[in-house]
Design a protein around this ligand. Sequence first.
Ligand SMILES: Cc1cc2nc3c(=O)[nH]c(=O)nc-3n(C[C@H](O)[C@H](O)[C@H](O)COP(=O)(O)OP(=O)(O)OC[C@H]3O[C@@H](n4cnc5c(N)ncnc54)[C@H](O)[C@@H]3O)c2cc1C
Length: 282
Amino acid sequence: MNVLVLIKQIPDTTNVRIDRKTNNLVREGVPAVINPDDLRALELAAQLKEQFGAKAAVLTMGPPQAVEGLRDALIFGLDEAYLLSDRAFAGADTLATTYALNLGISKIEEEFGKFDLILAGKQAADGDTGQVGPGIATRRGYSLGAYIEKVEEVTNEYIIGIRRLDRGIEKVKIKLPALLTIPHEFGEPRYGSLPNLIRAVQYDPKSFTAKDIGADLKKCGFFGSPTRVAKTNIPPDRKGGDIISKNEDPKVAVEKFFEEIKKFEAIKLSDVFEKIVGSDKL
Ligand SMILES: Cc1cc2nc3c(=O)[nH]c(=O)nc-3n(C[C@H](O)[C@H](O)[C@H](O)COP(=O)(O)OP(=O)(O)OC[C@H]3O[C@@H](n4cnc5c(N)ncnc54)[C@H](O)[C@@H]3O)c2cc1C
């Protein structure tokens, strides 16, 4: 089985602050890291290598520095790493991103062999659209298994996985070739072993340009993007709260709490609250 993991390098969002004076994100000096969901996809690829002898590769599209993300990914023991890098890819929205990635995948297949399984994160913590995985599945005509938080069975024909939906979980049988998107709930990724770490440091990922993959420049990057970010804003500060109850009988305090909370529109969205007070009282 041949597996490909798509990873994205993102600014470490735990370190990105909002500067309230300038109302901008402070990104200077913020290190780039592998998107957290993608670490789970890498973990699954490592498990498939161990359990089924799968051959696994990793691909990212990004600036030349994204090589470092690929090296970090190789700590999971994957076989090869590939970079798609070209100025022509800059400023891409999700459609242009999937266009280039899809051609890149076909290029890699020429030397690596056809992929039975492509793994992506559920979403990138910076762009946050969650559209790239489904976009690639569509372009390649693969089955899509989105939000797969557990893999129960793997064969050469299909995968059985558990996916989480808003109102419960669903067990799905996904025919290969398939693309799975992996959420954070998949579980903690492993620490790399020393031999993998040493190999990763010395490894030079193969790099492809737009020309190498035969991309039509009109479909790449900014020019190939049907959407434009017209403006970005920082959300306003939250309104301060009031203390609604102080040092009184807990029963009275709870009653006051329910009275107050009913004034908020958002509470009508809560099933649990509706059960407690009854929908007629909302
Ligand atoms: C309307 C719009 C306009 C944009 N305009 C610009 C712009 O002008 N300039 C700019 O720099 N960016 C721009 N972006 C951001 C950039 O295009 C996105 O980061 C990119 O399309 C991926 O989308 P995402 O971050 O939401 O990823 P998601 O769809 O949330 O990512 C899901 C998964 O897909 C995979 N994946 C995502 N991106 C990559 C990648 N590059 N390589 C390999 N795997 C990947 C990863 O596995 C990831 O976990 C724009 C985004 C949008 C939505």
